[in-house]
Design a protein around this ligand. Structure first.
Ligand code: GTP
Ligand code: MG
Length: 387
């Protein structure tokens, strides 16, 4: 079983637990509300308000975690192969890729809850566009949706052909990091809750200042974050790989040093891959064609290795988020319970008080009854015969 599935199991369990807490909260506040009309002495208005507040908190957490994904954010310079990496992971040509500035905004590919492909733009009035094919998606992204780097576009894609989407993984594609002076805003706006960052570097490029700056910003903002570096080698020959590694040696050494400096754990790693090679192989397999590609190429295996490491890392990171949600849920439940206990004790006291009052009245009544009997049994000084 893939470790991604742990996330789905945990989410389902937590979902049931939170539904239970929510049900408890709703029933408790309804009950208290009813009771406040009948026995105003037992209910304190602040307690009811607090109970309603906790109930709304539980509802809000339930909403948030129910929409939570394991999130991977892909960054890199323009034309480094970011969109191709995302497509390779999906095993399908979903996002547009090409020479020049292709991706103009932030795109989050996630499993479609309806089973159909559509785009959802964020905003006060979210707009939904139905998508029939990847070509049409490229058309909408290019011609219909205005590029807006502040808003995330949700690309909801059918899950059935893609294990990652089925397992609730969302992949965020981004514009080139070399096109913005506002990297902080990008990270804050779209990736603050990412479980891992993937930095794609074109193996043919020589400058790495932009990438170092990116690594630095991410590690400063999210100190415990997981970063993967993919060196995308655009040529298919193994010989080229060696040349490429030689050429990049100085840069790689520097990147490795920075990775160690900036990140924690062993999850910060570097892989030599060819995103296009993996994508073409997977598309052919999907279409039932016999791929000519040698799937045993080193770059191919490195890509599989990257996917495995990513899986282990983001499942752990996402489960940690669930832990935080469950701790908060536990806290809210115990607070609600405390209020209910206080009301319960007060109500028992009141009942006890009323019971003792009843007993007292009863005693008094007994006394009067006794007196009455005494009186009636007494020989009355005046009898009927006197008249
Ligand atoms: P922007 O969205 O413009 O920032 O670019 P990007 O980083 O998303 O790059 P994209 O995936 O669009 O790829 C750029 C070009 O490089 C495309 O023509 C890809 O087909 C090509 N490319 C990407 N990966 C590889 C690879 O591994 N080998 C080869 N030969 N070409 C690749
Ligand atoms: Mg792109």
């Amino acid at each position: 079983m893939s470790t991604y599935q742990d996330f789905g199991i945990a989410k389902q369990k937590l979902n049931n637990i939170f539904l239970g807490i929510l049900d408890y909260g709703i029933r408790a506040s309804e009950h208290i509300n009813d009771l406040s009309g009948i026995c105003p002495d037992v209910i304190d208005g602040n307690e009811l308000n607090l109970l309603l507040y906790y109930e709304s908190q539980v509802e809000a957490i339930y909403e948030v975690f129910n929409h939570v994904h394991m999130k991977v954010a892909v960054f890199g310079r323009t034309s480094s192969g970011k969109s191709t990496v995302v497509n390779a992971m999906l095993g399908e040509n979903v996002l547009p890729s090409g020479i020049g500035h292709t991706t103009n905004g932030f795109l989050q590919v996630e499993g479609s809850p309806t089973g159909n492909a559509y785009l959802n733009t964020e905003g006060i009035l979210p707009i939904q566009h139905n998508v029939e094919s990847a070509t049409y998606l490229a058309h909408i992204l290019k011609n219909i949706i205005k590029p807006n780097k502040k808003k995330l576009v949700h690309v909801c894609w059918p899950k059935e052909n893609c294990g990652l989407l089925k397992d609730d993984v969302a992949l965020v594609d981004s514009p080139g990091i070399d096109t913005t002076p506002c990297l902080d805003e990008w990270i804050d706006g779209h990736c603050i809750n990412a479980d891992a960052f993937v930095l794609v570097i074109n193996a043919e490029s020589t400058l790495i200042d932009t990438e170092i700056n990116f690594l630095h910003k991410v590690s400063k903002k999210l100190p415990n974050t997981n970063i993967f570096i993919l060196i995308n080698c655009p040529d298919e020959s193994e010989l080229f790989d060696q040349e490429c590694k030689q050429k990049m040696k100085k840069n790689i050494d520097l990147l490795e040093k920075k990775l160690k400096e900036y990140t924690y754990e062993s999850y910060s790693q570097m892989f030599f891959i060819s995103a296009k090679e993996v994508l073409e192989f997977r598309v052919k397999v999907r279409n039932g064609l016999q791929p000519i590609i040698k799937p045993f190429s080193k770059k191919y295996w490195e890509f599989l290795d990257f996917e495995k490491q990513l899986e282990d890392c983001i499942s752990k990171s996402a489960l940690l988020k669930f832990f935080n949600y469950s701790m908060h849920g536990k806290y809210l439940l115990s607070e609600m319970n405390t209020i209910m206990d206080i009301i319960n004790t007060r109500s028992e006291e009141q009942t006890h008080f009323s019971m003792s009052q009843i007993n007292e009245i009863q005693d008094k009544f007994n006394v009067t009854e006794e007196q009455f009997e005494n009186i009636t049994n007494q020989n009355l000084p005046i009898t009927a015969t006197d008249y």
